[in-house]
Design a protein around this ligand. Sequence first.
Ligand SMILES: Nc1ncnc2c1ncn2[C@@H]1O[C@H](COP(=O)(O)OP(=O)(O)OP(=O)(O)O)[C@@H](O)[C@H]1O
Ligand SMILES: [Mg+2]
Length: 324
Amino acid sequence: MNLTDAERSGKLVLEAKGIGCTFDGLKLIDNFSTVIMRGDRIGIIGPNGSGKTTLINILLGTMVEHEGSVRRGTKLEVAYFDQHRAQLNDEKSVVENVADGEHVTVNGIKRHVIGYLEDFLFPPDRARMPVKVLSGGERNRLLLAKLFTLPSNVIVMDEPTNDLDIDTLELLEEMLMEYKGTVLLVSHDREFLNNIVTSTIVCEGGGRIGEYVGGYDDWLRQRVPDAVNRKVKITGRKKPRQKKEGPRKLTFKENREIEALPAMIESVEAEHAGLYKKLSDPEFYKGDGSRVAEAKSKIEKLEKDIADAYERWALLDRISKESA
Ligand SMILES: Nc1ncnc2c1ncn2[C@@H]1O[C@H](COP(=O)(O)OP(=O)(O)OP(=O)(O)O)[C@@H](O)[C@H]1O
Ligand SMILES: [Mg+2]
């Protein structure tokens, strides 16, 4: 092993080679390879049921049956905030759930547990209460507080933003920004991802998994082929994050819509890919010039449709998760 190899392996968090996974005859992950290095902050996005949690389980080694191989770095300490949040002891107090004694160590700094819990909006009297009296929102906050006290060099969060109030969301953002280790983050929150991650893994459906540099917005930009995209500017309707009203359920119509969106996106993407292929063929430019202009404007429209559909899907998905 030469020096670069040694250096590399010290920085390696994990390397996946040709991983794959099939459930009930459906290919969920097809031949995906990636390398994750120390300090990477990776977002994982994709529609419901597209395999995000499964991918995490394979990467972390909690799912044994899969194709391909995953090599993990030495001395990995993973803190996992799972989607089902079953990690609190209901009978113990808030304080006892995060600390053994009076102090906690967060990001290498020792702090008094009461002060630390105040950061997470638990006043001292609330911090002495048993966990069983907490509301759903408080439980989420407590789990986050607990997560950052665990010794770790990798934090994995599966949809941590669901049911978080705005203050906690901002606090979580700050904690993740200060965190020195590697971050793997499944989320549908576009702004949250944009603020935190440096690259994005997208479960695109049908086993396809893509990797993009940057956050959610960067992904939207990059997924559109560059050559035809110079003129098109995909501007997400970026609204400042607002204080949420109470969670609401999807309407019947919205439910139908969200169910239909993945297939719709897939078909528009297929049309886009076909057209793009045509435009990449030099022969196509030999004929009628108006045909080329027409194809280009069509491709622009498709790109806008795709971006809008993803945006719509993310919004509906979030509403549905918040009310779940
Ligand atoms: N152990 C299993 N056996 C059979 N099917 C499974 C298993 N685990 C997951 N699946 C199926 O694989 C699909 C993907 O599941 P997964 O939980 O990875 O998706 P996800 O992207 O995390 O979804 P969500 O956004 O709802 O969390 C789902 O259809 C699920 O029912
Ligand atoms: Mg999941």
